[in-house]
Design a protein around this ligand. Structure first.
Ligand code: NAD
Length: 457
């Protein structure tokens, strides 16, 4: 029987060893989900709603336990784990309020005895292969609307957030969702690959670009619905009329929150030369104030790096940047273990020849580049294969809107960053992905619109 060992990234300690799935158990669980889905679809919407309401209530009641588990398995500071759980409750509230109307039958034509109606069928069995960095957010974006709309979900949490996945399954089942309607698999990439071999009606993935491409290739011959929420290299531009101190406070948080391990973390900053030095001074002061340490301590702001191999990526990006002329102001190195630690790192004199400004860092590392015009900033913001989020800091709304309208990214921010709203669609251009979650579109995406042509008489 395969097993999955779970280590605390902050200490290196083994915290659990779980029995893992194999190809046979993945196949059996997916078949069971297929068998259970019609009854779930036929369950009155009021009962499906009640299950999700009970789930939300128990998440609220267990917030401390759930936050502690999340922190112990992926190293997120516990205050940020609590924030994520509270954020999940807000997202559930949105889904519950928006869901009935956006999937209600819609008569789009009714004349001369002929009616045309759109209804929304559930997809059926949905595979959700998920990431570890915000497991309640990226998981909840899928399983909450998928279950509400009558789908069964086979959920493959990240191997770095599996205890959290098991909590989610336990609470959903206790809330009344049948065990075969929501299944949590245990295992790493091989279990994800086994899930892709099953007969499913949709594959919803959150993770890296490389895995997203592998998944797209694996499911291509079967033509199932596919959504990929992938990485980012999210830029922000601070204009010459911005307040450098306010912008620095906002962007330091955007770059380092969740230890920089967010798809929408600020990953590149462009600052107009007129305020560049003042901005950098304020940014460094802000970063120096971030408390690095035990993620279980409620005042910690920067926790552990979840995946040990990422330390090498961060080191290599810093070394490459410095070799090409970047100035290292702080950090740039691992912190003493046990566990996986990297010091908050700020570099200036950076440019796009450097990996640091082109490839996702996914850590507490940021490059700040001086620019001399809006046109230069815009060209640099768009000089990327990704396109998840981008921001502009200026008091001038018209200037921000003009710039943001020309940025190729799914979300754009004026005087803010690293922000996700359940009311807005979450999607990316280019290598940031295909499809979307959140908003009413992110509910409808778990349904198949059906066209009814109805002639009376
Ligand atoms: P990852 O690609 O390493 O793993 C994601 C999931 O895929 C895991 O559950 C893993 O076990 C599984 N997997 C790995 N190989 C597989 C394969 N061949 N077939 C099927 N499943 C496979 O990503 P990660 O390290 O968990 O997450 C970090 C990445 O996720 C970052 O790039 C981040 O930007 C991205 N992300 C994007 C969003 C978004 O909304 N766009 C949100 C969060 C994270």
């Amino acid at each position: 029987m395969p097993t999955l060992a779970i280590h605390n990234p902050a200490t290196g300690a083994l915290i659990a060893e779980l029995s893992a799935d194999d190809a046979a158990s993945v196949a059996a669980k997916t078949r069971a989900a297929r068998a259970a889905q019609p009854a779930w679809r036929a369950t009155p919407p009021s009962e499906r709603r009640a299950c999700i309401e009970r789930f939300a209530a128990s998440v609220g009641a267990e917030i401390e336990t759930l936050a502690a588990t999340l922190t112990s398995e992926m190293g997120k500071p516990v205050a940020q784990a609590r924030n994520e759980l509270k954020g999940l409750l807000g997202r559930i509230e949105f889904f519950l309020s928006a869901w009935p109307a956006c999937v209600a039958d819609e008569t789009v034509f009714d004349e001369g005895g002929m009616s045309e109606v759109i209804s929304h069928d559930p997809l059926g069995v949905v595979a959700n292969i998920s990431a570890w960095n915000y497991p309640y957010f990226v998981g909840g974006n899928v399983f909450v609307p998928a279950l509400l709309t009558g789908n069964a979900v086979v959920y493959k949490p990240s191997e770095h957030a599996t205890l959290t996945g098991q909590h989610i399954a336990r609470l959903l089942h206790a809330a009344g969702v049948p065990t075969d309607v929501f299944t949590c698999l245990v295992g790493a990439g091989a279990v994800g690959r086994a899930l892709l071999d099953q007969k499913v009606d949709g594959v919803f993935f959150t993770g890296s670009h490389a895995t997203g491409v592998a998944i797209a290739q694996a499911v291509a011959p079967r033509l199932v619905k596919l959504q990929l929420e992938l990485g980012g290299k999210d830029p922000s531009y601070v204009c010459d009329d911005a307040n450098p101190v306010t912008a620095a406070g906002s962007l330091a948080d955007g770059a380092m929150y969740n230890t920089g391990q967010s798809c929408c973390s600020v990953e590149r900053i462009y600052v107009h030369e007129a305020i560049h030095d003042a901005f950098v001074d304020a940014f460094l002061k802000e970063v120096a104030g971030f408390k690095v340490g035990d993620p279980m301590d409620g005042v910690t702001y920067i926790g552990a790096i979840t995946r040990a191999p990422q330390l090498e990526v961060l080191e290599a990006q810093v070394a490459d940047a410095v070799a090409r002329g970047a100035k290292l102001h702080c950090g740039g190195h691992r912190l003493p273990g046990p566990g996986n630690w990297f010091a908050p790192t700020v570099l200036t004199h950076v440019d796009h020849t450097m990996e640091l400004m082109r490839e996702e860092s996914f850590g507490p590392v940021i490059g700040i580049q001086k620019v001399s015009s809006d046109a230069q900033a815009l060209a640099l913001m768009n000089d990327t294969r990704y396109g998840l989020t981008a921001g502009v800091y200026t008091p001038d709304e018209a200037r921000a809107r003009t710039l943001l309208a020309q940025v190729n990214s799914g979300s754009v921010y004026w005087n803010c960053c690293d922000r996700v709203s359940p009311r807005l669609p979450w999607s990316g251009y280019g290598d940031s992905g295909v499809g979307l979650t959140l908003s009413t579109y992110g509910i409808q995406t778990f349904t198949r619109p059906k066209a009814w042509h109805l002639r009376r008489g």
